[in-house]
Design a protein around this ligand. Structure first.
Ligand code: IVH
Length: 690
């Protein structure tokens, strides 16, 4: 049945989804949704990733709008939780509804406008909460004692999961007051607990969980096991109270009762809501648990009552879905990488897949113990997760899809970079040569033309000085003298003298180049320049807090944390360079000219790339926008500064024309990129015009 349904574009836009051309395909899609929803609630394996699920649902909805006569009586578009929940015998006190989805700020504004139309007045405040990626439960307290916990099931009745749910952190056995209420919220597994659960499960000889949500589902619905996987709970609503409460008040009250609640922000306007959603998006990867969107709710009970609900979802609330942070793809092969400090990590090379809005082609597999235990193999269909800027990870494999001829991965016996011994005493394996193992590589980066620009210090000489034990880090280069070099490489006095002069001369390079040369993770040349311009001295940069770092354009919370951690790690080397007299300041006159896609105030222009740009993949197109100082976006609105239109462009190009947004052909865009890279400012100015 599967092959009847077209693959779905992972970027879901309900408004743009294409209806199915015939009833057979429509029915096949309905069946797939049903099967996937069933698996979603049953755990421990997911049958479909969220983006594919949402994409199918959008097409089914579009089909039903276009051909109402095809609509199945039990369509998943009508059902709460898509009808897949395992129905148990606990009837809910009131239906557990689902939420409608919006994707992007335009749809959010449309939803709010519709809500105001229904109310006939402005909404008296909204709350914005993270959308926790777990399973909904209803927990009943009688006189303050937890008596019954049920899953959502089909929304009308769910399964009794009291025994397992009792262990969830955040769902207390006894409330601080003897009240009789029903608390609803999400049971989930934190990232740390997920890692621990995998160890317990595989240690007990069971297959690894595919993903934290399926781990939570499996744990919640499993009868007692020999091991107990930890669960967590966040409440998002309260029921059965005499007087309806504002959402914000309900959250505060639940917290007072000792229940863990989702964080929330109270907002007066839709623009404030959009800003709060941005904030959730930005912090998504730092929370330590899965968040797949933000939930926006009218705060006041009067607004909620007046807006009401459909049979499936309330009109007073909506889920703003992030681009899916988990997708499935094929694991092509497993490579072994050696980091700067000698840490040896298995890395999955993947068939490209869009996760969390970017194309992912490789992901970490953490460590070898984990890899062997989980038995993830080349050829497997794997779940890939990417939250915020966090490095994408393979969380598990879909074992039912494993090819019959697949073979287990053999971990390396020796360091793949230098052939040395491996220290396996800790979870993270290391080359016993540590930093020295990667010395030649990091040195060659340090001396490169775009870094410290030390002419004449090629890989051969670097290899020789490293092998001779003369140099283990860049600071050692400054201790090399003419006799040593001349003897070592038979360079001759003249060349050795020149080389030493070049090395010593590099001490005057500006801070931006020192930063580039140090290879701080998550910074490249242009970010190093921005950091140097902003902080001016290395001392100021080293003293900067994560908050200070975020004041630099293009530095979000993730990058700030990484940069701060990297700088701490690099501090001894920096001190050693300072001792040798390397300059650690940025002369103000080197401040770089604004990038082509930056506005006059330095903020990034919003650019949409639609259709093909010659020579670039879609992901590279978006990267190019960022390299040019812009911010790439997926949808065209009045706020868009520029739309790059290539072959195969569709409705976005038309929309740009209608809105009068500036359009640049893909060829001109490619030329702009080339001119920028060649530092040909005249051509850049000619292409972008006034
Ligand atoms: S409010 C009437 N708030 O998302 C529906 N739901 O896609 C009330 N969820 O069924 C739900 N975080 O399982 C709400 N902060 C949050 C949430 C949240 C996660 C889940 C919940 C819901 C589903 C809808």
């Amino acid at each position: 049945m599967r092959e009847l349904v077209d693959p779905v574009d992972p970027v879901v836009d309900a408004a743009e989804a294409a209806p199915f051309p015939d009833v057979e395909e429509y029915r096949a899609a309905v069946e797939r949704i049903r099967a996937a929803a069933e698996a979603y609630y049953s755990g421990p394996d997911l049958a479909m990733d969220d983006a594919t699920y949402d994409g199918l649902m959008a097409r089914v909805t579009a089909t039903e709008a276009a051909r109402p006569e095809w609509k199945a009586a039990d369509s998943p578009t009508e059902a709460v939780g898509a009808g897949g929940g395992v129905v148990g015998d606990i009837t809910h006190s009131e239906p557990m509804l689902s939420l409608d989805n919006v994707f992007g700020s335009d749809e959010l504004h449309k939803w709010a406008a519709r809500l105001e139309r229904i109310l006939g007045r402005p909404v008296a405040g909204y709350t914005v909460e993270p959308k926790i990626d777990g399973l909904a439960i209803a927990a009943r307290y009688t006189d303050g004692i937890l008596t019954l916990v049920a899953t959502r099931g089909d929304g009308r009745a769910g399964e009794d999961v009291t025994a397992q749910a009792r262990r969830a952190a955040g769902l207390p056995e006894r409330l601080r007051e003897p009240v009789t209420v029903e608390v609803r919220g999400e049971v989930f597994m934190t990232d740390d607990d997920f890692a621990a659960a995998q160890v317990m499960r595989t240690g007990a000889g069971e297959p690894a969980f595919a993903h934290p949500r399926s781990a939570a589902a499996g744990t919640l619905r499993a009868p007692k096991r020999v091991y107990e996987c930890p669960l967590s709970f966040f409440a998002y609503s309260v029921h059965g109270v005499a007087e309806p409460m504002a959402q914000s008040a309900a959250m505060a009250w639940l917290a007072e009762l000792g229940v863990a609640t989702t964080a929330y922000k109270l907002c007066a306007t839709v623009d404030e809501v959009a800003a709060a959603v941005e904030e959730v998006t930005a912090t998504r990867g730092t929370l330590g648990y899965g968040v797949d969107g933000a939930v926006i709710k009218a705060d006041q009970p009067a607004d909620r009552e007046r807006a009401g609900s459909s049979s499936r979802a309330p009109r007073w609330g909506v889920a703003y879905k992030f681009p899916a942070d988990t997708r499935t793809t094929k694991l092509l092969r497993i490579e072994v990488q050696v980091g700067r400090t000698g840490v040896i990590t298995p890395v999955a090379v993947l068939e490209p897949v869009q996760v969390g809005g970017v194309i992912v082609t490789s992901a970490t597999l953490h460590n070898f113990d984990d890899l062997v235990r989980r038995n993830v193999r080349a050829g497997d269909t794997v779940f890939v997760r990417r939250a915020g800027d966090v490095i994408p990870e393979v969380t598990g494999a879909q074992l039912d899809l494993r090819p019959a001829d697949s073979v287990a991965f053999e971990p390396p016996t020796h360091c793949p970079r230098c052939g040395g011994e491996i220290d396996r005493s800790q979870k993270r394996w290391r080359c016993t040569s540590g930093r020295a193992c990667g010395a030649a590589e990091s040195l060659s980066y340090y001396v490169a033309r775009t870094s410290m620009d030390i002419e004449g210090l090629g890989d051969k000489i670097l290899h020789a000085v490293v092998s001779a034990g003369l140099v283990t880090d860049p600071a050692d280069l400054y201790d090399l003298d003419v006799p040593t070099l001349a003897a070592l490489e038979r360079l001759g006095e003249v060349s050795a003298t020149k080389l030493v002069a070049n090395i010593q001369g590099s001490k005057g390079q500006p801070l931006s180049r020192v930063l580039t040369a140090l290879g701080v993770r998550m910074t490249g040349r242009s970010m190093s320049r921005r950091l140097a311009r902003h902080f001016v001295t290395m001392d100021a940069l080293l003293a900067a807090s994560v908050d200070d770092l975020q004041r630099v354009d293009g530095v979000g919370p993730e990058r700030a944390v990484t940069i701060a951690a990297e700088l701490v790690e690099l501090t001894p080397l920096i001190a050693k360079l300072v001792e040798r007299g390397v300059n650690m300041a940025e002369p103000l006159e080197t401040s770089v000219a604004a990038l082509p896609l930056q506005r006059a105030d330095g903020s990034p222009m919003t650019v949409v790339v639609t259709g093909a740009v010659p020579g670039l993949t879609r992901d590279e197109g978006n990267e190019a926008v960022e390299r040019l100082g812009g911010k790439s976006s997926g949808s065209v609105s009045k706020k868009t500064d520029l739309v790059v239109v290539g072959d195969g462009a569709g409705s976005k190009a038309t929309k740009a024309e209608q809105l009068g947004v500036r359009i640049l052909s893909a060829e001109r865009f490619a030329a702009l990129l080339e001119a920028h890279d060649a530092d040909d400012q005249d051509t850049v100015a000619e292409i972008l015009g006034p």
